[in-house]
Design a protein. Structure first.
Length: 97
């Protein structure tokens, strides 16, 4: 599941398919993404949550940079608009419980 300079974990690929995010949409979102949460203590390595858009469709990715080879490892990929109970309008902040 490698393309260019990123790789999807099995979990990320399953989530991408479940939310029907095409590879083109994912790549468009990655090209225009903003980091919205930082996870420096993540057990998988320093990772972050990014928000990008494929046209008007929001795409959240959680990823980490791997050094050998240097690439982005995507841990999960999903469409936050399909989870409105979890995200505020704009998809940059989690809803308070």
């Amino acid at each position: 599941m490698q393309s260019g300079r990123y790789t999807l974990t099995i979990h990320a690929e399953r989530e991408r398919q479940a939310d029907k995010i095409t590879t083109g949409e994912l790549e468009a979102a990655l090209q225009s993404c903003d980091l919205i949460e930082d996870y420096p203590e993540d057990a998988r390595g320093h990772s972050c949550l990014a928000l990008g858009f494929a046209g008007t469709r929001p795409v959240h990715t959680v990823g980490t940079i791997k050094d050998d080879p240097r690439e982005l490892l995507l841990i999960t990929v999903y469409d936050p608009s399909l989870r409105p109970e979890k995200w505020d309008v704009g998809f940059r902040r989690r809803r308070k419980s």
